[in-house]
Unconditional design. Structure first.
Length: 159
């Protein structure tokens, strides 16, 4: 398994096979075969662009929800996590250590939409015993990529 190839794909999956081969010191055929195997065994589970939605006209709210759950006998947290991550609003779902059992990241168009998800979908799951919702106010960095704001023009002052 080529950790270097996987890291290159994770950082920029738009690189051509030839570019990947050159950087990873592999042949293009080796790169194609490796990628095919990674996709087949689900080491690579998808390709995705990271969009800065703040630079579009789309309204969007992201929330991080800490969730406490009662694990199920024989299934632990997995069945509850599966019920949670099936919702379209859920972007990510993680089992965690610490005060809360799970971290769920969701997005919606408005604060109200996110609040309704928590109260009408998440909180009614029998195993969910508590939640704490945190709204993301500004993204600085995600998946190793920095959300750079356009630099402000220096203001000239006339004396």
């Amino acid at each position: 398994m080529s950790k270097k190839l996987l890291k290159l794909l994770e950082d920029d999956c738009t690189l051509s096979t030839e570019q990947l081969a050159s950087i990873a010191r592999m042949t293009p055929e080796e790169v194609r075969a490796a990628i095919q195997e990674y996709e087949k065994n689900h080491t690579i589970i998808g390709y995705q662009a990271l969009v800065d939605w703040d630079k579009t006209n789309e309204e969007s709210v992201t929330a991080l929800i800490e969730v406490n759950v009662t694990p199920q006998r024989g299934a632990g947290f997995d069945d509850v996590a599966e019920r949670i991550y099936q919702y379209d609003e859920v972007e990510s779902c993680y089992l965690m250590s610490g005060r809360y059992d799970m971290c769920v990241i969701i997005s919606g168009r408005t604060l109200k939409e996110v609040a309704l998800f928590v109260s009408q979908k998440l909180a009614i799951i029998e195993e969910v015993t508590g939640t704490a919702t945190h709204f993301i106010l500004k993204k600085y960095k995600e998946k190793h990529l920095v959300f750079k704001q356009p630099e402000e023009q220096e203001r000239g002052y006339f004396i």
